[in-house]
Design a binder for this molecule. Structure first.
Ligand code: SAH
Ligand code: SF4
Ligand code: F3S
Length: 450
């Protein structure tokens, strides 16, 4: 099924060497690191738990917010001693900072042996082979603009719940965001490939998949299958128990998608992460988000009408250039109005290549910090109260793994709440009824209903 454009010349590049990957950023990077491990294991590398055991260290970097490049340099700096001790050790930097900085990384940090871009993951076995046989440094950061996005999911230990990439890249060009530059143009995988992947994963014990993309609801494959069609197919044509997706963009969340979620609510989970970024229409326009405050509120009303138990979470940026106190209060009020139980909020950080980085009315760092704290305070006041309503309720929990606390397991509710409770490891992979005894905004405690 996979049409991999790379052929790997040497099947034993690794010779049993240890490989360690340090992963930053979003689920996309987590998923990519799984892929790197799987590809490298096929070349006889052995995944190890610490950099000390490794002869190949990869940093899978993220560039979404401040000090991204600095973080790469400082982490690579900590490997200096290891490199002195082990001349065989190779260090590679991939991910969004690799894509963004290319050869600059090697110029500024000579300990780095090779840099690879976000479209070069499947080429990694070849790059690593070169790194071990050649003297010079290697930089491979080309986007595969013309190649179709035909890859199969590669993950060694998928567990109970895993990610499946359905699209890559982003064409939205929100003015604050580096992703369109670090991940390239948007491309969707053919839906048949996704269905085949999911069927394989089910055979390996997977019960839940999260369909992954920067902007999943603009998914559109070469057969004209849109995201709603894809979800319906996954629900109807595979035996997967639970379907989730992330991230969706408000401008592309339409009634058809909400109806599809409602129709397949036995499988498609009642949870949506729908970033609004700012509650001020003026700022949304400067962010190039393509919706107004009112349109966002209408979207979530529409969603709640279609899916009555829907739980929403969101992303927010404070201190975007030109944001006044009044704009900021529009954001605070939207959080209250929409009654989000979970928010992910960040201070605006100017990113390379982006339009907003060049806007002249940047907000002072102190003001951003103060606003972020105020937003969290306001949200906390509300969130503790909101989640209290769950105490006493019985929820359907898919058990994912044992807990760090002895005798406990953890899993997620249909609405994506993380729940810890006393239970045997035999429950892993099963869906059980759990009564919530204590609810905090980020985590619930409960007890198994026998
Ligand atoms: N594709 C997703 C977002 C991916 S980035 C979407 O459109 O919703 C994840 C989050 O990081 C964004 O939602 C945004 O809130 C935040 N973010 C992105 N760029 C940022 C920047 N320059 N400064 C601060 N936060 C940023
Ligand atoms: Fe970035 Fe906007 Fe694309 Fe999300 S939709 S990845 S915020 S450009
Ligand atoms: Fe970071 Fe790249 Fe993801 S910038 S958030 S790793 S797409």
């Amino acid at each position: 099924m996979a049409e991999n454009s790379y052929t790997y010349s040497n099947q034993d590049v690794g010779q049993g060497r240890g490989v360690y990957i340090s992963t930053y950023g979003c689920q996309m990077n987590v998923n990519d690191s799984d892929r790197m491990y799987a590809l490298l294991e096929m070349q006889n590398f052995t995944p190890v738990q610490t950099p000390e055991e490794a002869s190949l260290i990869l940093v899978n970097s993220c560039s979404i917010r401040e000090k991204a490049v600095h973080k790469v340099y400082s982490e690579v700096g900590t490997f200096r001693k290891l490199k002195e001790k082990n001349p065989d050790l190779k260090i590679g930097v991939g991910g969004c900072v690799g894509q963004q900085e290319k050869d600059n990384l090697i110029k500024n940090q000579p300990m780095i042996d090779f840099v690879f871009g976000t479209d070069q993951i499947d080429n990694l076995p070849n790059l690593v082979a070169e790194a071990y046989t050649q003297k010079g440094k290697i930089v491979s950061a080309k986007f595969e603009h013309r190649a179709p996005y035909h890859v199969e999911t590669l993950v060694k230990n998928p567990g109970v719940a895993t990610f499946v990439n359905i699209a890559k890249g982003c064409d939205n060009f929100c003015t604050f965001c580096v992703v369109p530059y670090t991940r390239g143009r948007e491309k969707s995988r053919p839906h048949q490939h996704i269905l085949t992947d999911i069927r394989h994963l089910i055979k390996r014990g997977v019960k839940e998949v999260t369909l992954l993309g920067q902007n999943v609801n603009s998914y559109n494959d070469e057969h004209g299958t849109d995201f709603a069609d894809l979800m319906a197919k996954v629900a109807l044509e595979t035996d997967i128990e639970r379907i989730r997706f992330t991230t969706s963009h408000p401008k592309d969340f339409n009634q058809k998608l909400a109806d599809t979620m409602a129709r397949h609510n036995d499988k498609i989970m009642e949870y949506v992460h729908l970033p609004f970024q700012s509650g001020s229409t003026r700022i949304l326009e400067r962010m190039n988000r393509n919706y107004t405050r009112e349109q966002y509120l209408e979207k979530i009303e529409m969603l709640k009408r279609s899916i009555p138990n829907l739980v929403l979470s969101t992303d927010i940026i404070v201190g975007f250039p030109g944001e006044t106190e009044e704009d900021f209060m529009d954001t605070v009020n939207l959080v209250k109005e929409a009654r989000f139980e979970t928010i992910f909020a960040f201070k605006y950080s100017p990113r390379p290549f982006t339009k907003a980085a060049k806007f002249e009315d940047q907000v002072d760092e102190d003001v951003k910090t103060e606003r972020l704290n105020r937003l969290f305070d306001e949200h906390d006041k509300m969130a503790f109260e909101l989640v209290k309503a769950y105490e006493g309720q019985v929820m359907k929990i898919l058990v994912e793994k044992t807990d760090r606390e002895f005798g406990k397991v953890q899993g997620r509710s249909t609405s994506n709440k993380l729940v810890h409770f006393m239970g045997s490891p035999d429950l892993i992979g099963k869906t059980v009824d759990v009564k919530i005894t204590k609810a905090f905004p980020a985590v619930f405690r409960g007890e198994l209903v026998q």
